[in-house]
Design a protein around this ligand. Structure first.
Ligand code: AHR
Length: 305
């Protein structure tokens, strides 16, 4: 399909190539690398796509500018992994006015759901809840002190994980000493953890990191402070990418809640259906699991990412 702003839902039929603009958040984490790979595989030439890829380096304005570019180029469809929940109304309205359907993958937006065709992603609130339930089970009644490494400020992943986690530990005697963003990166996790260790030292019993990468960055800070991760400070994270699962199997992490990055096939399927004028679900939630140290040892070799 040649594309063109006026081809509302008209691409995707027959043997035509479907031009898709994909606005990725950036390359902040191992999870993101796996997600990008899954998307590139699914939106491949062999599958009938011409993918125009943009990674916005975790900057919301850059991501919105990329989407605007896709609209101007007249792509057939746009896929977005939105960095933050807010700020999408204008550009999504522009895409709608241009007749270009938008599919969201991974994170959600606060804009009205008639501004996009469909979303495929994870239940971040449940992920946070599962992490919180593990902390509650292992630390309630012990007067434990906890610190949090939050994901990107204003992202649905960080907001919803915090909501789920806080609800799970509510009513316990666990004290949340501090909670700051590490922007989902290793460097960010390391820096914020160094600050926590300077401030609270060995009073910290538990770390909840919103993703593996920040937890992995924190490992360096904990070791440099002369403490033993997994023992002096127990660590709960989210994602279950290879490096995180290795730390769990080695006993440096204590529990991981999975966040499945392999969303490409479902996103590509949604694009094809929407362009063919078929009815699609507004929201598709992909299942996650969770892992203890023992479970990580069992599955480590078979993890695909
Ligand atoms: O939106 C999903 C989150 O984004 C992942 O948990 C994190 O690693 C990534 O950067």
């Amino acid at each position: 399909c040649a594309g063109g702003a006026g081809t509302a839902g008209g691409g995707g039929g027959g043997d035509d190539v479907i031009t898709v603009g994909f606005a990725q958040t950036g390359s902040e984490s191992g999870w993101r690398a796996a997600n990008t790979e899954s998307m590139k595989e699914a939106f491949s030439e062999e599958n009938g796509f011409d993918l125009v890829f943009n990674a916005a380096d975790n900057k919301q304005e850059a991501q919105i500018a990329a989407v605007r570019n896709f609209i101007n180029q007249g792509v057939d469809a746009i896929v977005i992994a939105p960095i933050t929940v807010d700020g999408w109304d204008d550009v999504l309205t522009e895409a709608k006015d241009a007749g270009i359907p938008v599919i969201l993958e991974d994170r959600t937006v606060s804009a009205s759901d008639d501004l996009y065709a469909s979303w495929v992603g994870l239940d971040f609130e449940q992920e946070g809840k599962t992490a919180g339930e593990w902390v509650k089970e292992n630390f309630d009644g012990k007067g434990a002190n906890l610190v949090v490494l939050e994901g990107t400020t204003g992202s649905s992943a960080a907001l919803d994980r915090a909501t789920g986690f806080d609800a799970a530990i509510e009513g316990t005697d666990i004290t949340v000493m501090d909670s700051q963003t590490g922007d989902f990166t290793r460097d960010g996790g390391k820096k914020v953890m160094e600050g926590y260790l300077q401030k609270y030292g060995s009073d910290i019993d538990v770390l909840f990191a919103h993703n593996d990468d920040m937890g992995l960055g924190a490992l360096d800070a904990i070791k440099a402070a002369g403490l033993v991760p997994g023992q002096d400070i127990q660590i709960v994270t989210i994602d279950a990418v290879k490096d995180g699962m290795t730390a769990l199997a080695n006993g440096e992490f204590n529990f991981i809640v999975e966040c499945n990055p392999l969303l490409g096939e479902q996103a590509a399927e949604l694009v094809k259906k929407v362009l063919a004028g078929e009815e699609v679900e507004k929201a598709t939630i992909v299942e996650d699991q969770s892992f203890t140290q023992e479970q990580a040892k069992e599955v480590l070799d078979s993890r695909p990412y």
